[in-house]
Each structure stands twice: as C-alpha cells, then as structure tokens.
Write a protein that binds this ligand. Sequence first.
Ligand code: ATP
Ligand code: MG
Length: 256
Amino acid sequence: MAKIFCVANQKGGVGKTTTAVNLAAGLAQHGQRVLLVDLDPQGNATMGAGINKSELKTSIYEVLLGMSDVTTARKTSETGKFDVLPANRELAGAEVEMVELDNREKRLKDALALVADDYDFMLIDCPPALSMLTLNGLCAAHGVIIPMQCEYYALEGLSDLVNTIKKVHAKLNPDLKIIGLLRVMFDPRMTLSQQVSAQLEQHFGDKVFKTIIPRNVRLAEAPSYGMPGVTFDPQAKGAQAYLAFGAEMVERIKSI
Ligand code: ATP
Ligand code: MG
C-alpha cells in the first residue's frame, strides 16, 4: 500500500513543485515506485516531469469528476522514472464543478485507492491556496511535507497552514500528520536565513527535516528541459540535497 504525502504551502513560489518533482525522482532512484499527482491547474509538476500539459487526452480533472480513472489518465515520466497523474488549466474548473458532488473533499482519496498497490509512494503537488483542491490533497494523504524559505514572512503563513491541517485531522482525515518542514532555497550567507532556521528548529523540533535544500540555479533550470533537477545535473548541490532528502524520507516514514 502506497504512503501518500502532500507537498503543501499556501504561499506561492516557495518550492512545492520543485520539491515534489525532485523527491519523486530521488525516491525512484532509491528503488521506490512513485506516482506524482499534479493537483495544480498550473501543471508545473507535469511539465517538470517532461509531460506536455497541452497534449493531455485525460488528466486529473476527469479523474476528480468521475469521468475517467487513474489507470487511464496516468503517464510515465521518462526523465524521472516515475508515474504522473497530470494536470493542466482544465483543473481550475473542477474546483467549481466539484461543489455539487457528494463527498467532494474525498474525490482524490477515492480515485487514488484504485492504484494504491502499484506504488510505494504517492506525492501530491498542491496549488498555492487553501482551496477545495488542496483540501482533497489533505484528505487523501497520510502526511504533509511543508517546504519553506527561511524568511520572515514564511512563519506568518505557516500558522494558517498548520491550523488547516489540524482541522482536517480532526474532522475529515484522522491519519493526517505533519511529516516535516523542509527548508528550501536556503542561502547560508544570509543572517536572517540562519535565524529563521534556528527558530524553526526551536518551535518544531524534530518536525524539521535535517536535510536543507540550498538555492541552486541548476534546480531552476531543469524544468525548462522537462527534467527533474536530480537527473538533469546529478552532481549539482541542489540535486544532491534532494537525493539526501529522499533517503531521509524513506527512513522517516518507517516510524509513522
Ligand atoms: P507555486 O506556488 O506557483 O506552485 P511552488 O511553491 O511550486 O510555486 P516552485 O515552482 O517549485 O514553487 O519554485 C518557484 C521558483 O523557484 C521556480 O522558478 C523554481 O525553479 C525556483 N526554485 C525552487 N527551488 C529552488 C532552489 N532550491 N534553488 C533555486 N531555485 C529554486
Ligand atoms: Mg507549484
């Protein structure tokens, strides 16, 4: 049975997609069977895995609305060696259309159950909002990975996300936990980064992943080649960090 994790943070541009795509590729390199679920109408995870979002016949949109299933809609990322449940802008419509459906927070959970035995991990790349789509991600998952930049405003948004996770845990998904906070785009030369990083460790203790992802331009360049950073330039510091993060995740989930 697959373990399912959301990569979530309602702040935009904090590194969710980069984390989801590179963790998927990193876990695949550690021999794990992975499904990357693109739950964002921007379709960035789809493109970053080398799949053209404008040429999809079926996508997560049809799956959420019950017009297709995951076995039909999934694709394989040749560059990352994992499967992808792809998305494009059509998914924005699902948000509205799902409102009328029964069990609307659990559409994704029910859809993924069909392929739970095909994978060791499913990673859900959430959009930058605490929306019905993100709620579907949180209801489907066993845990949440929260990527964050170590800057002042990062901490402010964090409490909204933590409260949402608590509510979902209490009312909709008792399995849900915060697996950890991942420090990304880290610049050790900045005093503020060091301070925020230390604060995070103080407040969240071992909920902060040991691995720190540095700011690394190779990670930013990789998506334009349709490749995860870890396969685009495996020796780059960013790629090495995501590989280490993959190993840390494999270790950490043994205890959950
Ligand atoms: P959105 O909220 O729009 O979905 P996101 O949280 O998924 O954004 P990403 O798309 O992963 O964020 O990253 C935002 C930008 O930062 C991208 O251009 C990405 O290439 C770049 N980026 C992410 N991580 C790093 C890193 N460690 N080093 C350098 N650039 C990075
Ligand atoms: Mg994204």
